[in-house]
Design a protein around this ligand. Sequence first.
Ligand SMILES: Cc1ncc(COP(=O)(O)O)c(C=O)c1O
Length: 391
Amino acid sequence: MIYFDNAATSFPKPPEVAEAMARFLAEDAANPGRGGHRMAVRAERLLDDVRLKLARLVNGRDPQRLIFTLNCTDALNIAIKGVLDGGPAHVVTTVLEHNSVSRPLQAMADTGRIELTRVGCDADGFVDPDEIRRALRKDTRLVAMTHASNVLGTVQDAGAVGAIVREHGALFLLDAAQSVGVVPIDVEAMNVDLVAFPGHKALLGPTGTGALYVGERCPPPAAGGTGFAPWREGGTGGDSSSPTQPPVLPHFLEGGTPNTVGIAGLGAALDVVAAKGSDAMLAHERRVLETVIARLAADPRFTIYGPHDVARRVGALSIGVAGLDPNDAAAILDDAFGIATRPGLHCAPYCHRAIGSFPAGTLRISPGPFTTDDDVSALLDALDQVAEAGM
Ligand SMILES: Cc1ncc(COP(=O)(O)O)c(C=O)c1O
């Protein structure tokens, strides 16, 4: 399989990931913190170690504020439901959001718990920070924005939005699903209060991993509904006598047995990413996109969505093939050429409406750090033949 679906989850995973998971399962797979025995302590140490690495990755000052989650969706839900628990509020978001932001917010708006303003984007897929400024109200509690669109790969000016939101006094939640690991994230410099990200995309870890960093301006943990509310309550491996979730991070937001095996794999993946270098990984993805865009832009059978300038993108490119439904194009690529891409709406219907590709969507091509020149040539040759099917 020639894999161009890294925006969904990266593949292949570095061999170090599977090795670390197998080693952990064989040697240390106790429930961390739940017992004082040596294996439990080793498992707890693994969590501490990876927690610290992830907090450093986003320049979070306090590793105890780094919460392990099951994926980015989990992290976003914990953030959104956690900070919006304290009564009616206004929330600003954008048309670029993935359903893991849009759906919880829309559900809260539909039930009258929040008022929601959805800010648009320009024709290339960029949100103007001044549009966010204009959308802010006195009662705005949260601004939730994606760092990089999973449809277009467009990298948003999160620092400019963060400065505006901070000046206003609201909280800023950044969905870093498509940027973490390749685009620098600094919660201090960018005025980000909450950043949610998966471990299984550009961080190269296994599925079932993700994280949320909870900044110091967020309300303190509170089970009673007046602070940061936990959306999952249960065992924490610590204070079992407390009748409700003990209000101490990270355990307050981490009820239940964590995915220690996955976190062991993520720890190994983070070392691989550090050795490769995020800058080099991003430069590689951009080089691939540049080659693909140069070829397809010169061919009238293809439509390129978003900017042709790859310096404004991470490694995700949406295209259209004249006369072909994206699902059919992807099926031909898969069946006839063994090439994996992703067609449709990519869980981001408002984005597709904004760029004019709703309801059929687009064909998304997303390279990763292991994409080779041969992969790119095979893709371009295959697309040439696929486009014939649309004629
Ligand atoms: C922008 C964006 N946000 C959130 C998510 C959800 O991530 P996960 O699949 O880890 O839940 C994705 C997944 O593709 C995404 O692209």
